[in-house]
Design a protein around this ligand. Structure first.
Ligand code: NAP
Length: 251
């Protein structure tokens, strides 16, 4: 067990599996007390039991303001002031041509992928500013840097999350709070299985990438650890691209 986040209190959203779970595991390994959220308490309890006593489960649908408030209040009450917030929960409900997207899908994607981060940052940042320290990490995507074919809503919410990261970083920096984003490429999780479960589609993806394999959740979690801790003390407003080189374009 390391000490990089000794006695820090962290919230990690969307930590019932995938990237969020890996972040929670690495934070706990480094001495943090971690509150994990997702929609199902039962699943989260199981994950918390697997990750150990430093991890506490609190179910929260990040698209619901009152549940976010309850998550933040209970974290402060039970674990103490929040030092680290990772906005990781995300979804992708509407792949397809832009002109067929309906308004309910648009609203849901904004609510879950974007407004959740806005609400959580606004609930957590004032306390961080009062104490003069804190680290916020938003999990965006390389799809927020370039449009994803038939993925307008996903790309749009991730692009906005990157701009939100920069805007908060600008305002919160003078108060000692750093805000950064991570833009993963193809990471092997449930969310991305469309791209890797089918062998031919997966090969086509990986052929365009210098590191010719799928990324794993822990490879994003290690970057989140860097951003969360003192190792990144002079870094704010940045978007770390971790994609096996996928977004390099060569002539
Ligand atoms: N995998 C990739 O290739 C990739 C690439 C770029 C960016 N990302 C981003 O990385 C983040 C994590 O994705 P992942 O790949 O780890 O996906 P995942 O394995 O599907 O995990 C998504 C997590 O988010 C939670 N979640 C979904 N909707 C939620 C809601 N409304 N309220 C609370 N929690 C919710 C899920 O928990 P429950 O279902 O239990 O609620 C789950 O824990 C996302 O923001 C995603 O956009 C992923």
């Amino acid at each position: 067990m390391g000490q990089l986040l000794k006695d820090k209190v962290a919230i990690v959203t969307g930590a019932s599996r995938g990237i969020g779970r890996a972040i929670a595991e690495i934070f706990a390994r480094e001495g943090a007390r971690v509150v994990i959220c997702g929609r199902k308490q039962e699943t989260l309890d199981q994950v918390a039991a697997e990750l150990g006593p430093a991890v506490r489960a609190h179910s929260c649908h990040v698209g619901r303001a009152e549940e976010i408030r309850a998550l933040v209040d209970s974290t402060i009450k039970q674990s103490g002031a929040i030092d680290i917030l990772v906005n990781n929960a995300g979804t992708n409900v509407a792949q397809g041509p832009c002109v067929y997207i309906d308004e309910a899908q648009f609203d849901k994607m904004v609510e879950v992928n974007l407004k959740s981060a806005f609400r959580l940052m606004n609930a957590v940042a004032p306390g961080m500013c009062e104490r003069g320290s804190g680290s916020i990490i938003n999990i965006a995507s390389i799809s927020g840097l370039r449009p994803q074919h038939h993925g307008m809503l996903y790309s749009m919410t991730k692009a906005a999350l990157i701009m939100m990261t920069q805007s908060y970083a600008l305002e919160l920096g003078p108060k000692g709070v750093r805000v950064n984003a991570i833009a993963p490429g193809l990471i092997q999780t449930k969310l991305s299985e469309y791209y890797w479960k089918d062998q031919a589609r997966c090969t086509a993806q990986l052929e365009r990438q210098p590191i010719r394999r799928l990324g794993q959740p822990n490879e994003i979690a290690e970057a989140a650890l860097l951003l969360a801790g003192e190792g990144a003390s002079y870094m704010t407003g940045q978007t770390l691209v971790i994609d096996g080189g996928h977004s390099l374009s060569s002539l």
